[in-house]
Design a protein around this ligand. Structure first.
Ligand SMILES: [Zn+2]
Length: 414
């Protein structure tokens, strides 16, 4: 391990330390771990350096230049907006510290690669139960229609939505070999003739550089972009259209992957609203109330506050984050997990008319449609649930343990 202390040319105020922490691993994959170094500047503390640990010796000049650029482009321009807490559950915080280790020991969580896990019962039953509770609430309140979309999404759709240039760090592009015999043969030859010291990934990587192309598709980072694309160029036939879908989503989170708190591949239930400005705002707000009631009923500790997305690599970055916070376009439900941390298990978003405009969606009055979405991270939600209630269904709220046990019984009797 190699350790470097990289001094920052511009000091970062402590109120922005969290924003810096959210992005350090994206600076370089060489970084194994890091900590922020603070110093006193008069009465107040500031971050003056980042201490990074790398596995291999690293180019410190480049590391220093990238970290300083991150600070000047993405961190310092962010104006300060206090996080604003709008709801708190009545249940006290209690978490079982060793939940993740016990899930691994009992084969309930099965490591399958970086940021990827397989699951067994009772966790899978719990995820299915929670998903059904959220789906049913959306159907009851808005008549939300259930849809199913592919895991791949045309990259052009992500470009149209703005995702492609706002979150490049998360994207998992689908590549494929050039569709011709020479490419297939060249690929096979390069991979099978590799010298024995080279591992498969490195050989495939080298062969792909020579023989592959972008397929035009990307693994979906969210479900809702499919919904905007579905309505693109159309006029809605009602003031409010609501669609709900569950899908597998992919976000590469670099070294931020951690237990079940942050997965590379995960399941998302989304409820999407498209319609007039008032109806979309009303729908998001009233669905938040529905979700608060569900969290109370599930006996979970948690709270909701304003949030912003970790935008990147765009000159307008800071302005976007500030606008998002100030206009309260995004709220997150944070559920406590062990170690004093919490996970953002649900996000409640409105996008104004930006996506309606990008996808040319109009209301029945021919106005540009507004959009909003509520996204449930199902594994994260279920993980916070077992961290708080334990892994044994006997200790769960009755309605949940009954539902999980009866679905298990149905499975068994098939
Ligand atoms: Zn969404």
């Amino acid at each position: 391990m190699h350790q470097y202390t990289v001094p920052l040319s511009q000091k970062v105020p402590l109120r922005l330390a969290g924003e810096l922490s959210k992005r350090v691993f994206f600076v370089s994959e060489d970084i194994e771990s890091f900590e922020l170094v603070e110093e006193k500047e008069g009465e107040t503390a500031v971050v003056c350096a980042v201490r990074v640990t790398t596995r291999a010796p690293s180019d410190t000049v480049q590391m220093r230049s990238m970290l300083n650029q991150l600070v000047s482009d993405d961190i310092l321009p962010q104006r300060s907006v206090m996080e604003h807490r709008i709801w708190q559950s009545s249940h006290p915080v209690t978490t079982h510290d060793d939940t993740f280790d016990r899930m691994l020991d009992q084969g309930i969580a099965i490591p399958s690669g970086e940021g990827q896990l397989g699951f067994g019962d009772p966790f899978t039953g719990l995820v299915a139960h929670l998903d059904e509770v959220f789906r049913a609430a959306a159907q009851r309140s808005f008549g939300a229609l259930e849809h199913r979309y592919p895991s791949l999404i045309p990259t052009g759709v992500l470009a149209r939505s703005g995702y492609l240039t706002s979150f490049p760090q998360f994207l998992m592009f689908a590549g494929r070999l050039h569709g011709e015999l020479d490419s297939y043969k060249g690929f096979v030859k390069q991979v099978s003739d590799r010298d024995s010291a080279e591992d498969t990934d490195a050989a495939v990587s080298r062969a792909l550089a020579d023989h592959s192309t972008h397929s035009g598709y990307t693994l979906s980072p969210a479900v809702c972009y499919h919904v905007y694309e579905q309505h693109a160029g159309k006029s809605l036939d009602a003031d409010l259209v609501s669609v709900t879908a569950r899908g597998t989503c992919f976000r590469h989170e670099s070294r931020y992957h951690r237990s079940l708190e942050r997965l590379w591949e995960f399941t998302m239930r989304e409820v999407v609203f498209i319609g007039s400005e008032n109806r979309v705002a009303e729908a998001r707000n009233s669905f938040m109330q529905d979700v608060f009631a569900i969290v109370e009923e599930l006996g979970l500790a948690g709270h909701v506050e304003t949030a912003s997305d970790p935008f990147f690599c765009d000159a307008k970055t800071a302005e976007k984050i500030w606008t998002q916070r100030l206009m309260q376009l995004k709220y997150e439900l944070l559920l406590p997990v062990p170690g004093g941390r919490s996970v953002a298990a649900v996000s409640f978003n409105t996008h104004g008319s930006s996506l309606g405009e990008a996808f040319s969606i109009r209301t029945p009055d021919r106005e540009i449609a507004h959009t909003g979405c509520v996204a449930f991270g199902l594994e994260r939600f279920a993980y916070a649930f077992v961290c708080q209630h334990g892994l044994d269904p006997a200790g769960w709220p009755d309605a949940v343990s009954r539902s999980v046990q009866s679905s298990g019984a149905t499975e068994a009797s098939r």
